[in-house]
Ligand binder design. Structure first.
Ligand code: CP
Length: 332
C-alpha cells in the first residue's frame, strides 16, 4: 500500500459499520481487497503509513475487551491517526452522562470515527442515527452484533480455504447470547456458506431463527440445527467454537459445565469427524476446558491466533474506508 494506491481505493457505500446485514457480497469483497493491502503493511518491518494522518478515532468501551479494543487502537496508529481510548470507568458516564450526550461531545471534538462497545443491543445503531459527521463502528453491542469480528472470521475462512461459498461451517456453543454468531449468520449467508448450528436446546436462538419458518425468502431458511455434535461435525470445513457468555446468561441454561463440555466441547478427537483439512476457529476470549480443549485450541488445525492478526488488518481497512470514503449515499 503506497500513498498513491490509497488515493485510488474504492470504498463501501456505508458511513457506519453496524452489522453485516447492511453489507452485500460486493461490499464484503471490497473490504477483503482492502484488507489484503493492509495485511501487506502489517507484515512490514516498519508498520506505519500516513493514510489517516490528521484524523481522530475515539474508542468508547463500556464493556471489557482485549482483542477488539487493542486491534482498533493498533489499526488506527499504523494508519497514523490519533487514537483516543475512553472507557466507561474513567468517563463522565459515571457521573450520569447519557450515551447520547457522550457521543455528541466526542463529535463536537471532531472525532472522525467512534468505535463503540456497549452492553446494550442497539447502542451503536442509536448513535449512528444521531451523528452528522462522525462514523460509528459497532465493536459489539449486547447480544446483537459484532460485525468486525465477523468480517475477520470471513476473511480468515477465505484465506485458509480459498472460498467461503459452499463450505460447511459448524458453529458450536452458546448461540443464544453470541453477537459474533448473529453477525456471522448474516456474513456467512451472504457469502454462500452452508451453516450448521450446534448447541444445547436452551442456548439456541429460537426467536432469531423462527422468522425463517414464516418467510419463504428469508436468508436464514437454509440454516440447519443439529443437537448432536458428532453428526454436526461430519464433513465440516470450518469448526467455530463460541464462548459460553456467562456474563449474559441467566441461571438454568445448563445442568453443569462438565456436562456441557462433555457434550459440546471441541477436542482434537472430535475434530477427526470433520474434514482432514478443516480449520478450528474461536473469536476469543476462550474458556479452555469448557467450549474447547487446549489440544484443539492450539493444535495444527487451529487458526485462532491468525484470526487475531487478521483482526488488525480488517479494522485498518474499515477505518480507512469509513474515514476517507465518499459516502454520498449515506444509508442507515
Ligand atoms: N472477540 C472479541 O470481541 O474479543 P474481546 O472481547 O477481547 O474484544
Amino acid at each position: 500500500m503506497t500513498t498513491n494506491d490509497t488515493n485510488t481505493k474504492k470504498s463501501i457505500r456505508q458511513k457506519h459499520i453496524l452489522d453485516l446485514d447492511e453489507l452485500n457480497r460486493s461490499d464484503i469483497e471490497l473490504i477483503f481487497e482492502n484488507t489484503d493491502s493492509m495485511m501487506e503493511v502489517l507484515n512490514r518491518g516498519i508498520r506505519k503509513v500516513p493514510a489517516l494522518r490528521g484524523k481522530t478515532i475515539i474508542t468508547l468501551f463500556y464493556e471489557s475487551s482485549t482483542r477488539t479494543r487493542v486491534s482498533f487502537e493498533q489499526a488506527g496508529k499504523i494508519l497514523s491517526a490519533d487514537v483516543i481510548n475512553v472507557s466507561s470507568d474513567g468517563s463522565s458516564s459515571k457521573k450520569g452522562e447519557s450515551l447520547y450526550n457522550t457521543a455528541l461531545t466526542l463529535q463536537a471534538m471532531k472525532a472522525d470515527a467512534i468505535v463503540i462497545r456497549h452492553q446494550h443491543s442497539g447502542a451503536a445503531c442509536f448513535l449512528a442515527q444521531q451523528m452528522d459527521s462522525t462514523s460509528i463502528i459497532n465493536a459489539g453491542d449486547g447480544m446483537h452484533a459484532h460485525p468486525t469480528q465477523s468480517l475477520l472470521d470471513l476473511y480468515t475462512i477465505k484465506k485458509n480455504l480459498g472460498t467461503i461459498s459452499s463450505k460447511k461451517v459448524v458453529i458450536v456453543g452458546d448461540l443464544l447470547y453470541s453477537r459474533v454468531a448473529r453477525s456471522n449468520l448474516w456474513g456467512l449467508t451472504t457469502m454462500g456458506a452452508n451453516i450448521v448450528l450446534c448447541g444445547p436446546n436452551t442456548l439456541l436462538p429460537q426467536d432469531f431463527l423462527d422468522s425463517r419458518i414464516h418467510e419463504t425468502n428469508h436468508p436464514f431458511r437454509e440454516i440447519q440445527i443439529e443437537e448432536n455434535i458428532d453428526t454436526a461435525l461430519k464433513d465440516a470445513d470450518v469448526v467455530m467454537a463460541l464462548r459460553l457468555q456467562s456474563e449474559r446468561q441467566k441461571a438454568g441454561h445448563l445442568p453443569s459445565l462438565r456436562e456441557y463440555s462433555r457434550r459440546f466441547g471441541i477436542t482434537s478427537e472430535r475434530l477427526k469427524i470433520a474434514k482432514p483439512d478443516a480449520i478450528v476457529m474461536h473469536p476469543g476470549p476462550m474458556n479452555e476446558g469448557v467450549e474447547i480443549e487446549s489440544d484443539a485450541a492450539h493444535g495444527p488445525q487451529s487458526v485462532i491466533e491468525s484470526q487475531v492478526t487478521t483482526g488488525v488488518a480488517i479494522r485498518m481497512a474499515i477505518l480507512y474506508d469509513l474515514i476517507t470514503g465518499n459516502h454520498s449515499e449515506k444509508e442507515l
